[in-house]
Design a protein around this ligand. Sequence first.
Ligand SMILES: Cc1cc2nc3c(=O)[nH]c(=O)nc-3n(C[C@H](O)[C@H](O)[C@H](O)COP(=O)(O)O)c2cc1C
Length: 267
Amino acid sequence: MKIKRTIMVIIALALVVGTIYTVPPTRVSAAKRVKISAESLYINPGAVRTLTVSGASGRVNWSTSNSKVVSIKKNGNKATITAKKKGNATITAKVGKTKLQCKVKVSGKKVLIAYFSRSGNSKKVAKYIQKQIGGDMVQIKTKMAYPSNYGKCAQQAQKELEDDIRPKITTKVKNFDKYDEVVIGYPIWWGMAPRAVCTFVEQYNWEGKTLITYCTSSSSGVGGSAAEIRKLCKGAKRTKAFSAYDGEILNSNLKKKINKWLKNIKA
Ligand SMILES: Cc1cc2nc3c(=O)[nH]c(=O)nc-3n(C[C@H](O)[C@H](O)[C@H](O)COP(=O)(O)O)c2cc1C
């Protein structure tokens, strides 16, 4: 009887111990892990990025190791950083005792974004691109404004294209030579770039520069426009052209597509 009870106690104990060791350790919920949205960035001067700390329950204290290279604007768990000039800076986000860091390298690459825009679509895309890759921006303006009436403007544009006219422009970029990378943005007019864009690009020496083009259109897409511009920019390194449609300006899907394109062409 005593032996039987002892055996029962041993079995019971074994069961309890077994249960304890087989219970999985409590999993730390992913949401509670404090994370920063990027741990390293390589950006051009003028580029603006947002860093986000997720999973933090307390206050986030942001700082930059060098505000002359990367400045910072704090907004709770987010910080908007702006690349100022070539160099390195570390962005630190402190949450309690946790220290999160993003190492930012600012390139010395000089970028120019030149766009032509009649009704604002190409301008909106230019502004978005500038936020992503930084750089200086200039609008290609004609000496004579195009008619505000669509039909009249379409007629004039058609005539200019047929006769391959170069309308006079007032835009002149000083020190074009200093730029390494030039973005040319324009709307599609009768399947091609407005002739003023040709006037603009033909003024400069493109040797050794990287040429990036994008267009906006209601439905046509790039067509032969990018090939024509490339031909006019002799000696420039070419990249894949981008096209945005009026209906998607500037929705989140288009922003994603622009980001992917810029990443692929290493802008
Ligand atoms: C004169 C003229 C010609 C156009 N031709 C075309 C065309 O051939 N194909 C097309 O898809 N859209 C065409 N469009 C529409 C524009 O390309 C489109 O609306 C573009 O996004 C306008 O850009 P913007 O707002 O920067 O001027 C034309 C617009 C104008 C004013």
